[in-house]
Structure formats: C-alpha cells, structure tokens
Write a protein that binds this ligand. Structure first.
Ligand code: PLP
Length: 409
C-alpha cells in the first residue's frame, strides 16, 4: 500500500454504506458521478441539527432560531470561501445545479436576452444545462448553439471559437462532463466568451468533488453545483453569481424572506442573496454541505485529486485489456469517470450483471441525449470513482465486466 492508499483506506471507514453486502456480495460503489456516498461526519451533523437545533432561520425571536440562523449563515460563509468568492452575498442557496441554471436562465435570461441573441453551450452538456436555456430561448426568440466535441471527447476549441460572435450573450458549459470525464479549461473558455461580451455560467456539478475552484481566478459570472455530489445532502445546492450582476436580476420566485416590504398592491424586494431565496430554506442542506466541505478540506484537495487520478489510471488500463470494450472519452485532462460499452451488448444488460456482482454503476444516457446522438449510441455503462474507492473495487469491476462479456457475447 502506498502513502495515498493508506490515507484513503481510513477515509473509506468513514462511509457506513460500504459495510454492507448487496446480492450477497461486497458493495462496490462506483456511481459517485450520480451522487456520492455520505460520510459519517455529514450524517451526524444533520442528525445533531434535527435533534437539538431544529428551528426556522432568519425569523425566530428565540435561542434556537439564532442557533439555526447562525449555522445556516456560517454555511454560506464556508461556501463563499470554498469557491473563493469575493463576498458572501454572491452565494445563493438553491435546490441544486438544475435549479441554479433555471434561476439564471429565467431571471437573467428573460431580462437580458432578446430576439436573435445566441446562447452557446457544448455537445457534452447535461440536460440540466440545456433545457432551461431552450425554454428561455423559445420565449424570447433567441437560439441555442452547441460547440462540437472531438472524437476523444475533448471540446473542439476551434468550433467553440467559431460559434462565438457579437450575437452570443450567454456561454454555459460544464466544468467536467458527467459521461466523458472531460475537464474543460474554465478560465480559457470564460476569457474567450468575455471577449465577445457574453456572460458565462459554469455547471460545476462534477468538478466540486474533484478539485478546489476559484471563481475569481476563472472570472465566470455564474457557477452552480449540487451538495449531493460532494458528500452533502440531497435537494440542496449553490448558485454563485457576481454581485453586480445578481443586483440587477429580478427575483425568480416570490414568497416569504425574499421581500423588503409587501402591501396588497406592491412588493419591494430584499437584497441579494435573500431576494432569490423565497420561502423556508433547506436549512439542514446548508449545514450538511458545510460539514461536507469540512470533510473534504480535512483530507485536502490535492490528495483527493492525486488519489482519484491513480484510480482512474489503473481502472482505465485494466478495462482496456478486456476485448470488445470501448471507452468513450479519452481526453488527456479527465475527471475520475469512465464510460464504456461492450461491443454488441446493451448497456442495461451489462449494468444488471454488474449489479448482481455487487458493482454499482450507472447505465443509460446519463441525461445527455445530445451527446449520445453525437456518439451514435443509446447509452453507456459508467463507472465513477471517489475518495472511498480502492483497488479491490477496480478489480471487482473488471472481473464483473469480463463476466458480462462471457455471458452476453
Ligand atoms: N450537470 C452535470 C454535469 C451533472 O452531472 C448533473 C447531475 O448528474 C447535473 C448537472 C444535474 O444535477 P442535479 O440533478 O443535482 O441538479
């Protein structure tokens, strides 16, 4: 065992879910790109909140109300530091990546986009970063264009540049493809978009569990992510937006907490970020995310990245040795995600056989139908790796895929 392996073998112990058998086999959880397992520290923090601190935030005139509000706002401060935002007001709490994109598309988009404008996305986007733009484009008469990808799954930079023009008002792209694993150069794409005067939204769903993000260095206008993909709770996420842009955006939803004053005839709205947080928020979501970021920082982003790259390298090399197996996405700069198919088989059949062996992977189109169309396939099997995986998981995956090949071919 090398130094990293021994560090991460103790990290693995913090995930109770891994101490169970499925179908009589040791669970090999290789579906972290869909959602990560939750460490004990996060589960305990949420349990503590519910047991001893339950109270609504921003309104209680009592002790527990203050405790809950302080914990909720401390989470906002933590997220601001995590993303290296300039100020805490730039952190809006939402339901997840999908709601973050919808908020920007509807609030910023409906105010700023008009007939003839263009929104540039890429062929590797998740539906969460496609559909909201189409909905808004249809309303205002704007057009959604997608920059192509190369055969190895990298973004075709020349096509991206070609599609940028004075008509481009928004560039929305993923930091890391949830299928191909491709990591995009966030700072470069942002710079190119800004050169034509477009705003930039980055879908950070897959990048936040892999490496630390500095929104000021990248200079993006918006950045969205979901807590559940970085060891935190479901139903909670973050929209980062530059304060000067958020200040100009109208509310996305109306209700309590987002108001300054309400009369029967008219409402004036609260300051950002509260203007975008109508209703009782997901308090334990914020508190759980805080604990999840603490968990990651305790391990260290550099170590997490180095370890996940070791897993990716080893799993890729071993899978490549299986005859008839094709990997989709071989960009040099990749996250710990491997999509593949066995020639002549259906991804769902392979997924089912793997499940019987205790190997949890995702099989399907991964909410990326335009990418599947580009690749000319209905779906893939996807194995994704995280801090709690190890060599035995890789070996179990490889063995199960070899078995699926024997059974299906
Ligand atoms: N974008 C990417 C790249 C994703 O991988 C996902 C989830 O799989 C999403 C967006 C949507 O995230 P959520 O369903 O948490 O809103």
């Amino acid at each position: 065992m090398n130094e990293l392996e021994s560090l991460f073998s103790s990290v693995r112990n913090e995930f109770p879910a891994l101490n169970q058998k499925v179908h009589g086999k040791t669970l090999r959880y290789l579906d972290s790109a869909a959602t990560t397992l939750k460490p004990k520290a996060v589960v305990d923090r949420i349990s503590h909140f519910y047991s001893y601190e339950t109270s609504n935030v921003h309104r209680g005139a009592h002790y527990l109300g203050d405790v809950a509000t302080q914990a909720f706002e401390a989470a906002r401060q933590k997220v601001a530091e995590f993303l290296h935002a300039k100020q805490i007001e730039e952190i809006v709490f939402v339901r997840g990546t999908t709601e973050g994109v919808n908020l920007v598309a509807h609030s910023w988009g409906l105010t700023n986009l008009k007939d003839g404008d263009e929104i540039l996305i890429t062929e590797m986007e998740h539906h969460g970063n496609i559909v909201p733009w189409q909905m808004v484009a249809e309303k205002v008469g704007a057009k959604v264009l997608a920059a192509k990808i190369l055969d190895n799954g990298e973004l075709d930079l020349e096509d991206f540049k070609k599609k940028l023009s004075a008509k481009t008002k928004m560039v929305a792209f993923t930091a890391c493809s949830n299928v191909l694993g491709t990591n995009n150069d966030m700072a470069l794409l942002t710079k190119l978009a800004h050169e034509v005067g477009a705003k930039v939204l980055i879908d950070g769903a897959q990048i936040v569990s892999q490496s630390s993000v500095d929104v000021q260095k990248i200079d993006c206008d918006f950045f969205v992510f979901s807590a559940h993909k970085l060891f935190g709770p479901f139903g909670f996420g973050v929209l980062y937006g530059k304060k000067e842009i958020l200040d100009q955006m109208p509310p996305y939803q109306g209700g309590g907490s987002m108001i300054a004053k309400v009369t029967v005839d008219k409402t004036t709205f609260n300051e950002v970020p509260f203007r975008f947080e109508a209703g009782t928020p997901h308090v334990e979501g914020a508190i759980g995310l805080h604990a999840a970021i603490d968990f990651m920082e305790k391990i260290g982003f550099e170590k997490i990245h180095a370890y996940e790259m070791e897993l990716l390298k080893e799993a890729t090399a071993k899978l490549e040795m299986i005859p008839d197996l094709k990997i989709f996405g071989t960009a040099p700069n990749k996250g710990p995600i491997i999509s593949f198919n066995l020639k002549g088989t259906h991804h769902s059949d392979v997924g089912q056989i793997l499940d019987q062996e205790g190997v949890a992977v995702r099989a399907g189109h991964h909410c990326t139908q335009p990418l599947m169309a580009r690749l000319g396939i209905p779906g893939t099997v996807r194995a994704s790796f995280s801090v709690y995986n190890n060599r035995e998981d890789i070996d179990a995956l490889v063995k199960a895929v070899a078995k699926a090949r024997e059974m299906l071919l």
